[in-house]
Write a protein that binds this ligand. Structure first.
Ligand code: SF4
Length: 322
């Protein structure tokens, strides 16, 4: 059974305008998105900023309310749960944020930050057990247990991200949504954090939804990769396959921008015309058609492509992809 099954998920935010502050339009941040994650798997999620990937990650852990659709975690629909039901299950799915400083309370010590998660879920019986567990968690993320009494501002960006990981790990989650966890860090520190996440996955069998805009990072850590454009999934395939032979024209453009190690490589950069359109009034038909280098008119302007299987592990939303 899949650990997570997302079905036709929509997140539309009202845009309130006018004298009565009525919602007349909606930002279609996430629109009819479906996918699954197996236990212990890493699914990478890529796309330009504003494509809806962070909103999707937040909707999965119910930090934003889904407008429609189902988010089945171990078979139970998180999207429909009351706040009481959700509280009891929240420890199973956690989130790590992009900004390791902004996500840690500057007035709390590391011990309080990690201990708070233990207290909320009743996971440490007594002060001694609590302290020992916090020391173990700090060691597990490569930090000295003596750091427990320090404050977030006393750490580097990489160390702060390790504290964020320890906090998520404290409640023994089965899924962690990692929202651009390394994009604010130096390249050398990025590799250390990625390695740490991979080690923790092997030790604890945690599944990750790994959100990033850097395809090279995502390919390194993920078994499969999902590509989003303007609130829609346009391609989902095995990481190696998506880098070797991307099928959707948008994925092809994204891959063409990844720097190559081999100087003899002949890969040509595909520069897309224009900007990403507004998610308030997305283009008709295929949302990518105003920027697509191979769009076929009028078909691509009028009819929205379904996400369909090209092979066992490759799903693509494009009329022309073969
Ligand atoms: Fe391009 Fe048409 Fe495919 Fe959309 S459906 S990606 S516009 S070819």
């Amino acid at each position: 059974m899949n650990l997570l099954e997302v079905q036709d998920l929509k997140v539309h935010f009202p845009v309130k305008r006018g004298m009565f502050n009525r919602a007349q339009q909606f930002v279609q941040a996430v629109d009819d998105v479906s996918f699954s994650i197996a236990p212990g798997e890493t699914l990478g999620l890529v796309g330009e900023s504003g494509c809806g990937k962070t909103t999707l990650g937040r909707a999965i852990v119910r930090l934003v309310e889904p407008t429609a659709g189902r988010v089945l975690f171990e078979g139970e629909d998180i999207a429909k749960m009351s706040s009481g039901e959700l509280r009891a299950r929240r420890r199973k799915f956690q989130m790590i944020f992009q900004d390791p400083f902004g996500s840690l309370n500057p007035r709390m010590t590391v011990e309080d930050i990690i201990g708070e998660a233990l207290d909320i879920h009743g996971l440490a019986a007594g002060a001694t057990a609590r302290r020992a567990r916090i020391a173990d968690l700090l060691k597990a993320v490569g930090l000295d247990a003596a750091y427990a009494q320090r404050y977030p501002h006393e750490f580097s960006g990489g160390q702060r991200q390790r504290i964020g990981i320890a906090r998520a790990l404290a409640v023994e989650p089965k899924l962690i949504v990692c929202d651009e966890p390394v994009s604010a860090l130096d390249v050398s520190v990025q590799a250390q954090i990625i390695n740490l996440l991979q080690d923790l996955q092997q030790q604890h069998g945690i599944a990750y939804l790994f959100i990033a805009h850097d395809l090279a990072v995502v390919e390194h850590i993920s078994r499969r990769v999902m590509v989003m454009y303007l609130g829609k999934v346009v391609e989902l395939a095995e990481a190696k396959e998506i880098i070797r032979a991307p099928k959707h024209p948008y994925t092809q453009a994204l891959i063409s921008a990844v720097p190559e190690v081999d100087p003899a490589s002949k890969r040509k950069r595909i520069v897309l015309p224009g900007d990403v359109p507004s998610p308030i009034q997305p283009p008709s038909g295929c949302r990518f058609h105003p920027r697509c280098p191979i769009a076929e008119k009028p078909r691509c302007e009028c009819s929205e492509p379904e996400l369909r299987n090209l092979s066992e592990e490759t799903l693509v939303a494009c009329h022309l992809a073969r």
